[in-house]
Ligand binder design. Structure first.
Ligand code: ZN
Length: 297
């Protein structure tokens, strides 16, 4: 159970700057939000956001290690992340393919590095790695488990044109101003640098539609209902990164490595078939995985 004592109105859209919005009752209800929390849709660009959102102080409490990293559902965080390693390896290979003659070694920054698993794999694959993580508990875990030192230095203190790759895995939707973060990524990347993002395609993806229909999805407000400040679709995420100056390299709503078939699990086979169709037919799988390139200026 969580208590939020202060709420902050989010008057302006991070993508288009419009202050006009309408309440999205379907989204609000499906996330189990109770007043004053609600999801609104921007009248200018259709980007959804939580409005109002918990105050910064309350968010700090929601993001404490116990509340956040060790409260990800039925699995421990480490077990959950274990299931993502094949996906991370696949992503690192894609990034390598997309890089144009990187400096040896390519320099990669992860924003929101959590407990360091992606960076450990990137380091093994030959990248020079740097990671920012605001949770002190997660930083301690990364050091203890992988010997990786993460920092809480704000990106604003890092120099221009200093990275070949920036990676954010399920981070952008948590931030108070994703448009501003994308501009920061543009500034920090070298020419031809690669931005790799993954965000959830929440609530209205084909799998969640079925789960809500069958009553298999939660409808109560808990700390996880309030972590996300923004709710992206493939369209709104693409608009945001293009507005920030990036060229789209590729976009998928169901990367195949999200459901590995080894070791074999029937559930993954069903997900693979169903969500591949959702992705191919109408870009409506469970995530938005986006690769963009900073064009040579
Ligand atoms: Zn907007």
């Amino acid at each position: 159970m969580i208590t939020v004592s202060d709420w902050t109105p989010v008057e302006k859209c991070s993508l288009c700057g419009s202050t006009s919005f309408r309440t999205d009752f379907r989204f609000t209800n499906r996330l189990g939000l109770v007043p004053p929390a609600r999801v609104v849709t921007c009248e200018g660009c259709n980007l959804r956001r939580l409005n109002p959102r918990p105050s910064d102080q309350d968010l700090d409490k929601l993001y404490s290690y116990d509340n956040y990293f060790d409260n990800q559902g039925p699995l421990e965080y480490s077990q959950y992340i274990e299931k993502r390693l094949a996906h991370f390896r696949n992503r690192i290979n894609k990034i390598k393919n997309y890089l144009h003659k990187p400096s040896p070694p390519p320099i990669l920054l992860e924003i929101g590095a959590a407990t360091g698993e992606f960076l450990a794999l990137a380091s093994e694959a030959g990248f020079e790695t740097h990671g920012i993580e605001l949770s002190e508990g997660a930083r301690e875990k990364a050091l203890k488990t992988h010997g990786i030192t993460l920092t809480d230095t704000p990106t604003s203190e890092l120099p221009d044109n200093s990275f070949d790759v920036i990676h954010m895995n399920h981070v952008l939707e948590h931030l108070p101003d994703p448009g501003q973060t994308i501009s920061e990524c543009f500034r920090l990347l070298k020419n031809n640098g690669i931005l790799c993002l993954e965000v959830p395609n929440e609530v209205l993806n084909d799998l969640d539609r079925v789960r809500y229909f069958l009553g298999r999805r939660k409808k109560v407000m808990d700390s996880h209902s309030l972590h996300h400040s923004y709710f992206f679709t493939p369209e709104t995420l693409s608009s945001l990164v293009r507005k920030g100056g990036f060229e789209t390299v590729s976009l998928s709503t169901f990367p195949q490595s999200l459901a590995p078939l080894r070791p074999f699990e029937l559930k993954n086979l069903v997900l693979k078939v169903g969500l591949t169709l959702s992705d191919v037919l109408h870009s409506n799988g469970t995530v938005v995985e986006y690769y963009g390139r900073k064009p040579r200026i």
